[in-house]
Design a binder for this molecule. Structure first.
Ligand code: MF3
Ligand code: CO
Ligand code: CO
Length: 277
């Protein structure tokens, strides 16, 4: 397809570094995500870590006018939440989305955090979004089409009685933050881009507990569920390998075999991060 950039081995190596740094920001911030902290404070801690510890650039800052270094999306916020003065409270769920640029290459990853004990519905939507991400990852290999992945994610999420957001999607990534292809989290089998080794893109399903529709707030960024139901999202940056997939932003807690069990797939051959599908 036009515009899909195949990365060289050197490019993938640079993206491993950027991906690892993005993942490390999520690890670093985890202990700070608790009741009473403001999302502005989380933004400041991440900004400092990225710029000073990592000598990297927070990609969201000034991206198309986005005013902060990370996105924080709380409860009914689907994505692109702007960090602000409001404190987190017990029972909130929050997605923190980190994108760093290191040596000109991007790594993009996000995950949900619970503030205190989540209500059952909050836990369910977060877990379904996590399974949706890993169901998608587990399918990535040369020869499969993006529509196959979108269809599988949509089918699973809808079988849980939840909905996949249509207006936002995963994306190609590399030297450019958002490039081709668009990675829809819904679709028809046998359609869409045929995957090849060296392609790099994100999968980042947004799952709503209620209806799929969204509404953008007056700040021009914050996207909420139209029905104000809870929404959850998890994201990884991936590379298509000769035989499967490499998760460039793997979190230390990601255990593919555990995930494989959850989604009913065969166990993977490699213990972590890189595996054949
Ligand atoms: N990190 C988001 C993504 O997954 C994009 C954020 S763009 C911003 O693609 F401007 F809101 F930061
Ligand atoms: Co992304
Ligand atoms: Co992101």
């Amino acid at each position: 397809m036009d515009g899909v950039v195949i990365k060289s081995d050197a490019g993938i190596e640079s993206m491993r570094t950027a991906g690892r740094l993005a993942s490390e920001v999520l690890q670093m911030i985890a202990s700070h995500v608790k009741a009473g902290v403001t999302t502005d404070q989380l933004n400041a801690i991440c900004h400092q870590h990225i710029t000073e510890q990592q000598q990297a650039i927070p990609a969201p800052l000034n991206y198309r006018g986005f005013p902060k270094s990370i996105c924080t999306s709380v409860n009914d916020v689907v994505c692109h939440g702007i960090p602000g003065a409001k404190a987190l409270k017990r029972g909130d769920i929050v997605n923190i989305d980190i994108t760093v640029i290191k040596d000109g290459w991007h790594g993009d990853t996000s995950r949900m955090f619970y503030v205190g004990e989540p209500a059952l519905a909050a836990r369910r939507v977060s877990e379904v979004a996590y399974r949706a991400l890993w169901l998608g990852i587990s399918m990535v290999k040369p020869g499969i089409r993006l529509g196959d992945i979108g269809h599988a994610i949509q089918t699973m999420v809808e079988a849980e009685g939840m909905a996949v957001v249509r207006e936002y999607c995963g994306h190609g990534i590399g030297r450019v933050f958002h490039e081709e292809p668009q990675v829809l989290h819904y679709g028809r089998p046998g359609t869409g881009l045929l995957l090849e080794p060296g392609m790099t893109f994100t999968i980042e399903p947004m799952v709503n507990l209620g209806r799929p529709e969204t509404r953008t707030m007056g700040d021009g960024w914050t996207v909420k569920t139209r029905d104000r139901s809870l929404s959850a999202q998890w994201e990884h940056t991936l590379a298509v390998t000769e035989t499967g997939v490499e998760v460039l932003t793997a979190h230390p807690g990601d255990n593919e075999n555990e995930v494989a069990q959850k989604i009913g797939a065969a166990p993977y051959r490699h213990p972590l991060v890189q595996f054949d599908t």
